[in-house]
Design a protein around this ligand. Structure first.
Ligand SMILES: [Zn+2]
Ligand SMILES: [Zn+2]
Length: 358
């Protein structure tokens, strides 16, 4: 016999989700599972848990089944533990503290790819926000719709950044980088020699977002094992809403307004690989992305991953969107010491170099 009641745990999770104003369908998922299990004899629930057939029951999915399994093993379900950990925390305060701890932004675009402003303007806006650095991560060659940079253009950009840096205020610098496409086979869309030269490499899936689960998982695992990859960008590729008012027009061509379902992949395998290879999981702050969703941020946190809270800014004003990412991170209980862009630039560079040589 277990010391815990799985039905009570599911109901408690539903209550806490509801109080935290989470999506209704998520709350309902836990209540439906609780109702389905409450109707069965305890012995049958235990037997189905052993046999792994809980999800055959209507209303019981993978996440709720996992909670029941943990609960019957006498453990507080991970999902519940995370919710309890952030219960009663003043969110504004927690999000504000996280935002105050950020020293830079590791994912930004300029008009060299699909951004709307020159590198200089993005840098000056970042200085005004109080950042110590901003990583310039324009797109890679295959993303032609976003004017992805060929190897030659990227080399020219590196020279240009060096010149701009020389003219910027003391104590601030632009770090070099790329948002490199994770190609269909998991390889990265830029020359190896260039990836090695860049300060920070963000890798994102922009094509084949509907790949079937096993294929997408393999693709992501291959990219994560690449020693040049530092940060896994907007990992599900979802689009949750049309862009907010005032965020339209040129300079944002790569992020058209539409909704899009999450890519399907084995999140536990992907986050375990990120933890193993020390790749940070991006918390993308764009209002229409909000990627990863909170349930996946919680799983990545549980897996031991680091994070980068980035804006993916395509215009100077968007550099201030980090607070959106901070609110989501705070809701999931992400501590500042797990966030790589709370580090000074030198420590960030030590980390990316250690990764590249390890
Ligand atoms: Zn992207
Ligand atoms: Zn981007």
């Amino acid at each position: 016999m277990s010391a815990r009641d799985p039905v009570a745990d599911l109901r408690r999770i539903a209550f806490l989700l509801e109080r935290a104003n989470e999506a209704t369908y998520r709350v309902r998922a836990f209540r439906s599972a609780a109702t389905a299990l409450a109707a069965l004899p305890a012995a049958e629930v235990a037997e189905r848990t052993r046999a792994g057939t809980l999800t055959d029951l209507p209303g019981v999915g993978d996440v709720t089944a996992r909670c029941v399994t943990e609960s019957l093993a006498g453990e507080e379900p991970v999902y519940l533990r995370r919710l309890v950990a952030t219960e009663g925390v003043d969110l504004d305060e927690a999000a504000g503290a996280l935002r105050a701890a950020l020293r830079g932004d590791c994912h930004t675009h300029s008009d060299w790819s699909d951004g709307g402003s020159p590198i200089e303007e993005m840098a000056l806006a970042a200085v005004e926000l109080g950042h110590e650095y901003v990583v310039l991560t324009d797109h890679s060659p295959r993303l032609t719709v976003a004017r992805g940079l060929t190897a030659d253009r990227l080399r020219r950009q590196l020279d240009h950044v060096a010149a701009v840096n020389a003219a910027l205020p003391e104590g601030f610098r632009i770090l070099t980088g790329i948002e490199v496409d994770i190609l269909a086979d998991g390889t990265l869309d830029q020359d190896e020699e260039l990836l090695a030269r860049l300060d920070v490499v963000v890798g994102s899936v922009h094509s084949g977002l509907r790949d079937e689960r096993a294929r997408m998982t393999r693709r992501m695992l291959t990219a994560i094992a690449n020693p040049h990859l530092d940060i896994l960008g907007h990992c599900t590729g979802r689009m949750v809403s049309s862009r907010p008012a005032g965020v339209t027009g040129p300079g944002d061509k790569g992020h058209r307004a539409r909704t899009r379902a999450e890519s399907d992949f084995d999140a536990d395998a992907v986050f375990a690989a990120c933890a193993e290879h020390d790749v940070a999981v991006e918390i993308n702050s764009r209002p229409e992305r909000q990627d990863p969703p909170k349930r996946l941020i919680r799983r990545a946190l549980e897996a031991g991953c680091r994070f980068a809270i980035d804006t993916d800014a395509h215009a100077p004003g968007q550099l201030d969107w980090q607070r959106f990412g901070c609110v989501r991170a705070a809701l999931c209980g992400v501590p500042a010491d797990r966030v790589v862009n709370t580090w000074p630039a030198d420590r960030l560079l030590d980390w990316t170099r250690a990764r590249a040589s390890g």
